[in-house]
Write a protein of this length. Structure first.
Length: 129
């Protein structure tokens, strides 16, 4: 398991590290201190496991196809938007438009979800605590 320290890094830097580690064959990554940054964990297209130790901002786990992504905190707007397959689990709450336009996979939100949850879903499953 690989660890990426998010402190002091941009979303782009964190995502580049995530993609580089998965490309090199790593199957499980933990990102510490994501700092509620936007667009984390987007376009991950391989079966893998990614965990954010803290809250994430807008559009986390968007455009994914296959991974399991966990958030040990809350998520902003657009969580898992346009997901094709995989699993996204949020231990806290999610903002507007979570699971919007998903085609498949599962989104689990242990807390509350804001307006427009699952808008324009074509498939998949959304569970909210």
């Amino acid at each position: 398991m690989a660890t990426i320290a998010g402190e002091g890094k941009t979303s782009r830097q964190i995502n580049a590290e995530i993609k580089g580690l998965f490309a090199s064959g790593e199957e499980k990554i933990v990102v510490t201190d994501p700092g509620a940054r936007h667009n984390l964990g987007v376009a991950v297209l391989t079966p893998s496991h990614l965990r954010f130790e803290g809250s994430v901002g807008y559009y986390c786990a968007g455009l994914i196809d296959g991974p399991t992504i966990e958030v040990a905190g809350s998520a902003g707007w657009g969580l898992a938007e346009s997901m094709k397959e995989g699993r996204v689990v949020v231990e806290g709450h999610a903002g507007n438009g979570a699971a919007a336009a998903i085609r498949g996979g599962t989104v689990v939100i242990h807390g509350d979800a804001a307006a427009r949850l699952g808008v324009a879903m074509k498939g998949g499953l959304v569970l909210v605590g």
